[in-house]
Write a protein that binds this ligand. Structure first.
Ligand code: ZN
Length: 398
């Protein structure tokens, strides 16, 4: 919003959605636009069904005079679909535009079966979920997908994913859009794909820590990944590689699924702990098995989780020194007291006091829903960004 002439309907919508200006008077004051111009631009948003007058009643106008009616984003005009894929399990949901989960399903979906089968099945889940939520497929404005691998956010394709064989470079967007159309007959919608740790971080930061300007989430399940949210946006780096801490070499000689030796994920992930437990004669094949053993207080699992926490904490000392986050959230199968204790031991020993003085180390608030909430929010922020609103309003004929 550099000059008045360039303040679009999308900019006004953004001001209302963010809560920075929620009355006509406040919009005039923030943008410098005349009452008539604000009115014209808001009319288009009203006609599109994207804005409504608030139920809260009039509030005092910042320009003085009559109290003004508050404006709010009308989330009833569309819904979002979201999916969160893990290696052997997936969750999918229908969400409102403001992030409320309207219908949800979790079940077995094996990433190793390949993208064709997995995404086709997701299309079927989405069709069932829409019916359960009482929404028509025509109401879907977009789909967000979290995947357990590195993603090129420009193309939505995964790039050499160590734990997603057969997915490298696959057109996830195209296949999923087609799957939804096949199962519902609805027109194609935009599909956004991102790494699961990124979307979990995004969901958790928005819901639980909206004022935290530097937020880090570390997911420790089958693999290890981190998501970084800076000033409210996912920080991806130039190639989408930011946060991929699972393949930092920590010097051990264990073979990692990426093909290298000594990666952090090869010694301190849920998969690595499961392997150590199995070697000791305990039945454990995956991160989720370790989660169950930890919940039951299994002593060897507890000891190994704490040790894994120390190894991850050593790497996180560097992460925290570099980024100085306000919140470090530990999520995934290993997130629990033993692992956090290990993280704290090493982190406070190795990081500078100044970078940990105001650091909160916490576990997830949204739990298994974090990736879904983040994926839904990613789609909404994309579709209602000021630069896209104009084009969408024109397509609606308003
Ligand atoms: Zn590796």
């Amino acid at each position: 919003m550099t000059s008045r002439g360039q303040v679009s309907a999308g900019d006004l919508l953004e001001l209302v959605r963010s809560g920075r200006a929620t009355t006509r008077g406040a919009l005039q004051q923030v943008t410098g636009l005349s009452r008539a111009t604000v009115g014209q631009r808001l009319d288009r948003l009203f006609r599109a069904g994207w804005l409504r007058e608030g139920a809260g009643g009039p509030v005092d106008s910042p320009l003085g005079g009559r109290p003004s009616i508050t404006l709010e984003f009308d989330d009833a005009h569309a819904v979002v679909l979201a999916a969160d894929l893990d290696t052997r399990h997936a969750r999918a949901a229908v969400l409102s535009l403001t992030g409320e989960i309207l219908a949800e399903h979790g079940g077995t979906l094996i990433v190793e079966d390949g993208p064709e089968a997995v995404l086709g099945e997701l299309g079927r889940w989405f069709a069932e979920l829409l019916e359960k939520a009482g929404h028509h497929a025509d109401e879907v404005c977009g789909i967000g997908v979290a995947v357990p691998g590195p993603v090129d956010s420009e193309t939505g394709r995964v790039v050499q994913p160590p734990i997603m064989p057969g997915w490298d470079g696959y057109d996830i967007r195209g296949r999923l859009a087609r799957a939804l159309t096949e199962h519902t007959g609805a027109p194609r919608v935009p599909v956004l794909v991102d790494n699961d740790a990124n979307l979990m971080a995004y969901g958790e930061q928005r819901v639980g820590y909206p004022d935290c300007s530097a937020f880090v989430l570390v997911k420790v399940s089958t693999g290890i990944g981190a998501g970084v949210v800076v000033d409210g946006s996912v920080f991806r780096g130039v190639d989408g590689g930011a946060g991929d801490i699972g393949h930092i070499r920590v010097g051990a000689d264990a073979l990692c699924r990426c093909g290298s030796y000594g990666c952090l994920a090869a010694v301190a992930s849920g998969g690595a702990v499961a392997r150590r437990l199995a070697e000791a004669g305990v039945r454990a094949a995956s991160g989720s098995d370790v989660r169950e053993l930890l919940a039951a207080g299994h002593p060897e699992a507890v000891g190994l989780a704490r040790e894994a926490g120390r190894q991850v904490g050593d790497v996180l000392a560097t992460v925290v020194t570099l980024l100085n986050p306000g919140v470090l959230m530990i999520a995934g199968d290993l997130a629990g007291t033993p692992f956090l204790t290990g993280v704290r031991e090493l982190l406070y020993q190795r990081a500078l006091p100044r970078s940990t003085a105001h650091l909160e180390i916490v576990t997830s608030r949204l739990g298994e829903r974090a990736g879904l909430v983040g994926a839904g929010a990613l789609v909404v922020e994309y579709l209602y960004a000021p630069e896209r609103v104009e084009e969408r309003l024109r397509a609606l004929g308003v």
